[in-house]
Design a protein around this ligand. Structure first.
Ligand SMILES: N[C@@H](CCC(=O)N[C@@H](CS)C(=O)NCC(=O)O)C(=O)O
Length: 215
């Protein structure tokens, strides 16, 4: 029996939901929030910082979204997520780090500033983060020239979809990056991703920079 602890509006929760949906793996979704202190307690107990998502696989708790994707690949026969070839898998893991460390977590700097004080965010920190995002967008634009378009969902798509979805809300991907804009559009059209986007719609007004009213 699988259960996923997370929240429908949480970017890292999407990263764990996408491989479950894409591979039709049954699971119970346990929302982390004030209505379910028992869910929050499990999350608190799982990892060092009490972050979600957390996957419960028959009593075994797995935290960190990347580790959850890898767990699903290995323990639930979701072969497309990561190639068996250890050398080929290295490349996917490296790009996964790019999306977490240089898109998602940089975007989060701006989000955190607005969560701290929406009327008085530290604009210097925000500008630094936006500059870093532009630099990553430029790198991804070049990388995409080598990444063949396809409808498969691998660790890369699991990481890319939520990070590009929200990063574009924080710092829109400019016209000078057409491949990256097209990749984001392609990702949002994948059924497993679309399901995450749709399930999160009721929470859009929670976005600390304001509901962008698109996507
Ligand atoms: N490195 C973690 C990051 C997870 C993360 O930042 N989760 C956010 C939700 S998207 C969270 O738990 N926020 C609540 C908190 O930090 O207490 C992962 O990959 O799973």
């Amino acid at each position: 029996m699988l259960a996923l602890y997370g929240h429908p509006f949480s970017s890292y929760t999407w990263k764990a939901l996408i491989p479950l949906y894409a591979n039709d793996i049954p699971f119970e979704f346990r929302v982390v929030g004030p209505d379910h202190p028992e869910h929050a307690a499990v999350v608190e107990s799982a990892g060092p910082q009490g972050k979600f998502p957390v996957l419960d696989d028959d009593g075994r708790l797995i935290f960190e979204a990347t580790s959850i994707v890898e767990h699903i690949a290995v323990c639930h026969d979701a072969y497309d997520l990561l190639p068996d070839d250890r050398h080929a898998a290295l490349q996917l893991r490296m790009i996964d780090r790019v999306f977490d460390n240089y898109v998602m977590n940089v975007m989060q700097v701006v989000v955190d500033e607005y969560l701290r004080d929406a009327n008085n965010p530290d604009l210097v920190r925000c500008e630094e983060a936006r500059t870093r995002l532009t630099r990553t967008y430029r790198w991804l634009e070049q990388w995409l020239a080598t990444y063949p378009a396809n409808d498969r969902i691998t660790l890369i798509e699991c990481a890319a979809a939520p990070s590009l979805f929200y990063a574009d809300w924080v710092h829109p991907i400019a016209d000078e990056f057409p491949r990256l804009r097209a990749f984001r559009k392609h990702l949002l059209a994948l059924p497993a991703v679309k399901r995450c986007v749709d399930d999160a719609r009721p929470y859009r007004d929670w976005f600390p920079l304001g509901n962008p009213g698109r996507d």
